[in-house]
Design a protein around this ligand. Structure first.
Ligand SMILES: C[S@@+](CC[C@H](N)C(=O)[O-])C[C@H]1O[C@@H](n2cnc3c(N)ncnc32)[C@H](O)[C@@H]1O
Length: 664
């Protein structure tokens, strides 16, 4: 496993280009801030979006297929970060309506809401989608762009409707210097569910257009939901069932058969959409508790759906309970019986750290990189680590080689997956250009939007920008997720899962399509250059083992960067993780001074070259003699007093080689 590499090597020309473009935009925005909007040419704007949409469609057709398209660095998406702003936390009804004509440049229109109608196709790009909208009371148009996070219920939100409310609109310049209504936080854009706002709902292109509640009965909504489900139109099925339920709630018809059906069917759609929180509550709300056979069959289905949702949320005890309830009602349901056994196995893993790693590894493939396993975290707890924020501590003695923590990832995006996206960022806070796993940020935001019960644990992780803090806020039926906060959390907590297996696709992984993941518990582990634990990954399961005996109460550490080059390591720790390591090894290496460090590094690279050129078994006498000489010379660069009790890392490889070369 590796630290996510955020360092990008650019030529001075490339560096200047990225810097000028991204930093230049920020400077232009600052100059324009507060100035009135210039309306622009609506016809030219429409022509631009239509042309761009055709181009994007053509590119999309070329990219169809399993693998994420390989991106050249010069085609890598680049954007500026470091000017975070929070999402709107007011409800629509508490915001004052505004018009396009009132927009001011580079301004967050706090306390306001803008209602717009989509007037053009949606252009879908790698890291954004955009369209042209017009206002309620005039034919004036403006560009609307969603950055990075654009999905709702598995569909691009701009595609899924025609009328939107933009909460506290942010009007600014995009990376091409075009004035744009920019959406960074998904909850700032609300899809209107009926035609009221703009006076009509004729175009019928949306999942929710013409959803005039009163015109249909709840039964009709259910039937339309079933039809949409049959057509695999999940967002529409979800919307239809929701409309039916809203109608029943509005009319206060009480719990009747139809209500149960709508909840049970919506639970099914939610499971397919990976929306496990709502799937679970829907399934439980659909339980009739009646004793006739038909009701029992339906309740058995509901328990299975609740169990499946709980299982996927990692709530294995709860899942077990639901599968047991299901089995009581319908004992010959084979899938539920199998899931009951799986839940029991997961509980055993959670309690004992006994995993069948052989079976887990055998089940991995590029199409199935995620493992079915539970996390084992009984050996550790979160605590305060002086000077390092929070850390992870041993709850009792752990023997060398024992599992300290075994954690299933909250989210991993592998380089070969379609969701993978590596982007280049210019951070205004420290004037640095980095690469970040933008696909991972996007996947995490989506998972949180779909499963708000997970928000708190992710948003509590360390990040420079604290945004809204960790608490879950729900407004206008959507969890409010601060995407800048997620970006900063990913920057300081993500790791690369390392190769899942040796396949061609992984060999092709490079800085532009690196795999990355987030492990919530492991994210509390601080770095040490002389760590007491070592991590490896099997699929998305991170296994952390003790490299020596760890006493109860001792802090667990692993190495974020294991380079033996002090200067490179220190630079990487500062660049990616934002700290200066003060472990005993760093203190000693710093005291050596640059001259001695350089000499040792040269000797180490000579030793490494020897190891690479000569296999240890059957190594020639001459090579062995040279190896011994190098070990002596490297040892001379270590001051015995200064390095008392510390590892001499420059000797690691050559000493191992010599031991093998001279073994009888
Ligand atoms: C993955 S998080 C570790 C948990 C974090 N300490 C917390 O409070 O949540 C990484 C961050 O912890 C801090 N950190 C980790 N190791 C450190 C060390 N050896 N010295 C100082 N800060 C460290 C840095 O701020 C780093 O960006």
């Amino acid at each position: 496993m590796t630290s996510v590499n955020t360092t990008v090597f650019l030529t001075p020309e490339e560096d200047a280009h990225v810097r000028n473009t991204l930093k230049g935009r920020l400077q232009k925005c600052q100059k324009l801030a507060g100035q009135p909007r210039e309306p622009g040419d609506p016809i030219a704007r429409l022509q631009q979006v239509t042309g761009a949409s055709l181009m994007a469609d053509m590119n999309f057709a070329a990219e169809l297929g399993l693998e994420a398209p390989k991106r050249q660095r010069d085609a890598m998406v680049a954007f500026a970060v470091g000017h975070p702003y929070p999402p709107c936390i007011a409800s629509i009804e508490d915001l004052q309506p505004m018009e396009l004509s009132e927009l001011r440049m580079d301004t967050h229109h706090r306390g306001r809401v803008l209602t717009v109608r989509r007037k053009a196709p949606v252009v879908q790009l790698q890291a954004s989608s955009w369209t042209v909208v017009h206002a309620r009371s005039s034919e004036e148009t403006e560009r609307l762009e969603i950055l990075l996070h654009k999905l709702t219920h598995g569909q691009d939100i701009l595609e899924s409707g025609s009328m939107f409310k933009i909460k506290e609109p942010y009007f600014t310049l995009n990376e091409q210097d075009e004035p744009t209504l920019r959406i960074d936080h998904p909850s700032d854009l609300v899809l209107c569910s009926n035609g009221e706002e703009l006076g009509d709902s004729k175009d019928g292109d949306s999942a929710t257009a013409s959803t005039d509640l009163a015109r249909k009965t709840a039964k009709e909504w259910k039937e339309e939901g079933n039809a949409a489900l049959k057509q695999q139109d999940l967002p529409l099925a979800h919307a239809n069932y929701t409309q039916g339920l809203q109608l029943l709630t509005k009319n206060d018809t009480g719990k009747e058969e139809l209500t149960y059906d709508l909840f049970r069917n919506r639970a099914h759609v939610n499971l397919i959409l990976n929306r496990f929180d709502e799937a679970k509550t829907d399934a439980l709300a659909s339980l009739t508790g009646l004793e006739d056979q038909k009701a029992k069959d339906l309740d058995s289905k509901a328990y299975f759906r609740a169990g499946y949702a709980a299982y996927n949320l990692g709530e294995f005890q709860e899942a077990k309970g639901f599968f047991e309830d299901q089995q009581r009602l319908m004992p010959d349901h084979k899938d539920a019986a199998a899931y009951l056994r799986r839940a029991e196995l997961r509980l055993k893993e959670q309690a004992t750290a006994v995993y069948n790693f052989k079976k887990i590894k055998a089940g991995l493939s590029p199409g199935r990189p995620r493992v079915d396993a539970a996390s084992f975290a009984r050996n550790v707890k979160i605590g305060e680590s002086t000077g390092r924020g929070r850390g992870l501590f041993a709850t009792h003695d752990i023997g060398s080689g024992e599992i300290v923590l075994c954690e299933k990832a909250f989210c991993v995006v592998w380089g070969h997956e379609k969701e993978a996206l590596t982007a280049m960022t210019y951070d205004g806070r420290d004037d640095k250009i980095r690469v970040i796993p933008a696909g991972l940020c996007r996947a995490i935001v989506q998972k949180l939007l779909d499963n708000p019960s997970q928000v708190e644990k992710v948003m509590d992780l360390y990040g420079d920008y604290r945004g809204l803090g960790k608490q879950l806020i729900v407004r206008d039926s959507s969890p409010v997720i601060d995407t800048f906060q997620v970006h900063d959390i990913v920057s300081r907590n993500a790791f690369g899962p390392g190769p899942m297996h040796s396949s061609r696709r992984e060999a092709e992984e490079d800085e532009s399509n690196a795999s990355a993941g987030l492990w919530v518990m492991a994210a509390y582990i601080n770095h040490s250059c002389i760590p007491n634990a070592e991590k490896e990954c099997v699929g998305d399961l991170m296994i952390l083992r003790a490299t020596r005996r760890i006493r109860a109460g001792e802090e667990i550490t692993h190495s974020y960067d294991a380079s033996s080059d002090y200067d490179a390591r220190s630079a990487a720790l500062m660049n990616t993780w934002g700290f200066t390591c003060d472990c005993a090894l760093c203190v000693a290496e710093k005291a050596d001074g640059p001259g001695l460090r350089k000499k040792r590094l040269q000797l180490e690279s000579e030793a490494n070259a020897l190891v690479e050129r000569n296999a240890p078994v059957g190594a020639k006498m001459l090579a062995v003699a040279k190896g011994r000489r190098l070990i002596r010379s490297i040892n001379e660069t270590y001051n015995d007093e200064r390095y008392k009790g510390l590892p001499r890392t420059a000797l690691d490889r050559i000493q191992k080689w010599l031991a093998e070369a001279t073994a009888r």
